[in-house]
Design a protein around this ligand. Sequence first.
Ligand code: C2O
Length: 546
Amino acid sequence: EHNSITGLKVQATPIKRLCRSRSILTVNGQFPGPTIQVRDGDSVNIKVINKSLYNISIHWHGIKQKGTQWADGPEYVTQCPIQPGSSYTYRFSIQDQDGTLWWHAHSRWIRATVYGAFIIYPKLGVPYPFEKPDKEFAVLLGEWWDNDILGIMRQALFSGAAPNVSDAYTINGQPGDLYRCSSLDTATFYVDAGDTILLRVINAALNQQLFFGVSNHMLTVVGADAAYYKPFQTQAIMVGPGQTTNVLITADQTPARYYMAARAYATAQGAPFDNTTTTAILEYNSIPCDSNTGSFLRPSLPQLPAYNDTATVTAFTSQLRCLSSSDIKVPTEIDEDLFITVGLGFFNCIPGPTCQGPNGTRFASSMNNVSFVLPTRSSLLQAYYQNIPGVYTIDFPPAPQLQFDYTGNVPRALWQPIVGTKLYKLKFGANVQIVLQDTGIFSTEDHPIHLHGYQFYVVGQGFGNFDPNTDTANFNLVDPPERNTVGVPVGGWAAIRFIADNPGVWLMHCHIDAHLTWGLAMSFLVENGPGRLQSVGRPPLDLPQC
Ligand code: C2O
């Protein structure tokens, strides 16, 4: 049941979708790329060969990379990109993790087509803590764009008009038969009547949170982001970019074809979004043929919430609980208490090709009012390890100490972000709490915030401004969900906790690529007492250079 993918070759490949063939980057000629299947405890060596014309790097989203910081993958953070014609072998091991993760390019917006599932099975002989499924499927939700993705990225970066929405959503790379020319481009999952099926749902979309459901079949949520959760039933799940959710379904309906579907959960007021629906088919083997038409029964769409149904999302999110409260390691005493604003705003700029937004501005995103820029002449980790000055500064500021309503109508002048490559240094072993606060300078919006190098516990979330006096008292320290990507609710906050036990340089960013490109990122430096040479091991000999 396990394969061992040892090489990923990135190359341009003609792929036909929505009536038109165009050249996209694929991996091993596949779109999406191959599924990597390993077990907890395995050592992994994956050689990435770049046969494309672009710089690329690959990130193993959710793998903790303890002691293998050079293998994390984000370009200019833990490595320089792999240049065209070069390769790099990522070497790491799976340490006390199992579940559904994924891998994706971590270079500009190249992950639009360069991604795949990363499945970690439990150690040999260790069963799932739920009924053994008869079948398992990875269900990768994505976005398809009719035009070149880097052109769309540049438009997002400079225009400030944000019409850059996708042309279709996809399930396992296929738009599904509701789109033009796509009746054959529909993923089908074959099941037997009576089967219990594990769906590993991964949101690989660039910029869109998505609802997902299966018509006539209730979903039983059993985990997310490589952690097990207390099971509960729901008609639909909401998955943010970067997140995964494991659900069980039972094939207990009349044998037929049923739609699976995904569509947008969109929270930015007034901003355009792709309001289309992607479908796949859950098909029971041995469906009786309709003798009149010779065709299968026609499927109906699952009931999915309205695109702006935040109440349903909140109710869903509040049901996510860690399976076992006995082996959770959520810190109760806090050494590092961070409050970090996340939000969209504007830069003032000189009108021209790189400043096409309204009134001499373009969009900017920031954390604590710093819009993050990646270095170009070295990765952050190399600069740290080799003590190269001038690549970053360790002065990530505290949140603006202004007395106002973060999510209210704030004068823009107070929120002109500064640009910088600012790191925040965390003491090794510290118990860390981070409250992430959405702000409303331009528009409130959900932000799926991903932390590299760690799994954390989501101990609380709410709407409006975080209030340390009342909100902290309601934190869940008993069975908080463990994740690597947390949705900061629109106009609200989320609080996470973890122990800073993994030295290295670790990016934290919004997994909506438009926001990341605008600067919604920061980086932690976790230094093991004695210093850099004790914190990070020797770089691999084939580590790409800038
Ligand atoms: Cu899934 Cu920094 O990314």
